[in-house]
Design a protein around this ligand. Structure first.
Ligand SMILES: C[S@@+](CC[C@H](N)C(=O)[O-])C[C@H]1O[C@@H](n2cnc3c(N)ncnc32)[C@H](O)[C@@H]1O
Length: 268
């Protein structure tokens, strides 16, 4: 049973995410938005909108007749989104598991950028996306691929397999819920979507050093990177991971590696 927590986020992590995601998640998200062909008049739901950088970009594309709604379970990130993005965007604290605030067939596009791997159970949210999408509506998902482990996952696994960290079960696999492209394809069909494309795209991102890499990871996982460990040994684990990461450093910095699955589907 995953102990992924939505209660470990802090103002510092949320602010840091706003800064570091501009170079990674935002760029990846812009590609997802382009693949979805988002344009004027589209009514878009951004599920797991975080601090709203991508929603801000989408708002420019759908103006003046389309709409953008962003939901995220982390109140600190929604607060930043409300403060920094245009007031035409509706941001609400909310979850992929409960879209009851939205009427059936009320969106043309639903997208999840770097969010789907945080959902422990995936079929029910997909069914909810199908419910709120209009006939022919598009769903876009960009998510980590389980079959392409990045440097962070590998090093985290290696360090946490050591004592005393290995006494805690989540040390084994991490707290995110990555899937394969084949699994995503099957889930989409089960939830009533026709898959238009599903691609596995290598990640090309670098970060300067071990500390920057773990800071990026802490902000992206809203405090869950080592949140399963007792506070007394978290700093020790963090330091060990930083040291291992720094061994991989080149002139370009640390290449995070891994790959993401990018799926575009339409409601049948
Ligand atoms: C790496 S961030 C991505 C944020 C944003 N989509 C972006 O492109 O920058 C992952 C986000 O997933 C959100 N998330 C986690 N569980 C969720 C859930 N059950 N429903 C919706 N969003 C969720 C987190 O709160 C977090 O903001």
């Amino acid at each position: 049973m995953s102990r992924l927590s939505l209660a470990l986020d802090t103002a510092d992590l949320a602010e840091h995410y706003e800064k570091v995601s501009a170079d990674r998640q935002f760029r990846v998200g812009q590609k997802l938005v382009a693949a979805l062909g988002i344009g004027p008049t589209d009514r878009v739901l951004d599920v797991g909108s975080g601090t709203g950088l991508l929603a801000g970009h989408i708002a420019e594309l759908v103006a003046p007749d389309g709409t953008v709604t962003g939901i995220d379970p982390l109140p600190l990130r929604i607060a930043i989104a409300r403060q920094k993005r245009p007031t035409t965007i509706r941001f609400e604290v909310g979850s992929a598991y409960d879209l009851s605030a939205f009427a059936a067939e009320s969106f043309d596009v639903v997208l999840l950028n770097a969010v789907f791997h945080w959902l422990p159970e995936k079929l029910e949210p997909l069914r909810q996306f199908a419910r709120v999408l209009a006939p022919g509506g598009r769903l876009g998902i960009s998510t980590g691929s389980r079959e392409h482990r990045g440097v962070l996952q590998t090093i985290r696994g290696e360090v946490l397999a050591r004592a005393p960290f290995n006494a805690y079960p989540e040390s084994q696999d991490g707290l995110a819920h990555h899937i394969s492209a084949a699994e995503l394809q099957a889930l989409l069909a089960q939830a009533g979507f026709a898959v238009r494309s599903i691609d596995v795209v290598p990640n090309a991102h670098h970060l300067p050093d071990g500390d920057a890499t773990i800071r990026f990871w802490e902000a992206s996982s809203f405090g869950n990177s080592l949140g399963h460990l007792p506070v007394a040994i978290r700093a020790q684990a963090r330091q060990a991971i930083v040291e291992e990461l720094d061994r991989l450093r080149t002139e370009e910095g640390i290449h995070l590696g891994g790959a993401r699955i990018v799926a575009i589907a339409t409601k049948t």
